[in-house]
Design a protein around this ligand. Structure first.
Ligand code: DON
Length: 297
């Protein structure tokens, strides 16, 4: 891991996300790699304590909570499980069913967030934070600056929500659900937290450090299948071919990958490629998969 870290530390191609003004302030040199096994062994290198907003990686875990709240059949009525080949912020819905394509693109994630139960905005946010806390094993917080920055600039996400309201794929509480979506994206984590969360997915939903059940084990196969086919957006096919692991990226520069029954992997580096995936993150995962034979097939 140290070798991989040294090898890619000098790779400075790509650009930090700047479509959310607050994200543009990040130091592009930050870089960390962490793995957590299902037995709770932690390996970490670089800036693994540095906190950043989880962004789209949250979509994986909120999909899990929506499944727990409503069951598989109902969630499938509202969100598909089909990869899009389009960018993460694509506004296209499935022509026939009018569903968003999958819970990993923004439209699908806004729909799954809309499914989170609770009486009003506070209870829904608290349920969401409690869910993240089970995965991470400690309290988590929302970064208010990133949340407000995203809320005041997220017109495209707002447009998607209204389109889905029109087709009955999301209920009337549009502003409440959009706020919850922006808040879930602004949950603060570090690279180590992400590796623990990925390890819980590798470990049938049980956090390997606290032994707490973070998500009902019956939904692990739903979560990981959708990550495998849709987690890396329009790079998902090449990722599945080369790395061969369920994974999810976010525009703040995090990537998680899950080796079922073995470990969770997390990489953080904010320099992104044109599809919104961390450049160092992709490289490190490709090499880890090759060197240790982690590809599922
Ligand atoms: O909806 C958005 O624009 C962000 N809050 C989440 C974006 C994200 O991380 C997509 N990723 N690659």
């Amino acid at each position: 891991m140290n070798d991989l870290y040294s090898k890619y530390k000098s790779l400075r191609t790509g650009a930090v996300a700047d479509y959310i003004p607050e994200l543009a302030k990040v130091n592009p040199d930050l870089f960390s790699i962490c793995t957590v096994t299902v037995n709770g062994d932690v390996l970490q290198v670089g800036d693994f304590e540095h906190l950043f907003t989880i962004q789209s990686i949250s979509k994986v875990f909120v999909h899990g909570l929506a499944l727990e709240d409503h069951g598989r059949d109902y969630v499938l009525k509202r969100v598909g499980v089909e990869p899009t080949g389009d960018a993460f912020n694509s506004i296209i819905l499935d022509e026939q069913s009018k569903r968003p394509y999958n819970p990993m693109v923004n439209a699908g994630a806004i729909a799954t967030t809309g499914l989170i139960k609770g009486k009003g905005a506070t209870e829904r946010l608290n349920r969401l934070l409690e869910m993240f806390q089970r995965y991470v094993g400690k309290d988590v917080f929302v970064d208010i600056s990133v949340f407000t920055s995203e809320r005041s600039t997220g017109h495209r996400n707002r447009a998607m929500a209204y389109l889905m309201l029109n087709f009955g794929m999301i209920d009337g509480q549009i502003d409440e659900s959009l706020d919850l979506y922006f808040q879930q994206c602004a949950v603060m984590v570090n690279c180590r937290d992400l590796a623990v969360m990925a390890a819980a997915l590798a470990n049938k939903g049980v956090n390997p450090l606290t032994k707490e059940q973070a998500v009902d084990s019956q939904y692990i196969k739903d979560i990981l299948s959708v990550m495998y086919t849709c987690g890396m957006y329009n790079f998902a096919g090449e990722w599945a071919y080369k790395v061969g692991l369920p994974a999810k990226s976010g525009v703040s520069g995090g990537i998680i990958a899950v080796v079922p029954g073995q470990m969770g992997i997390a990489v953080f580096s904010p320099l992104l490629d044109a599809r919104g995936n961390s450049i160092r993150g992709v490289k490190v995962c490709e090499e880890l998969s090759q060197q240790f034979g982690l590809h599922l097939f």
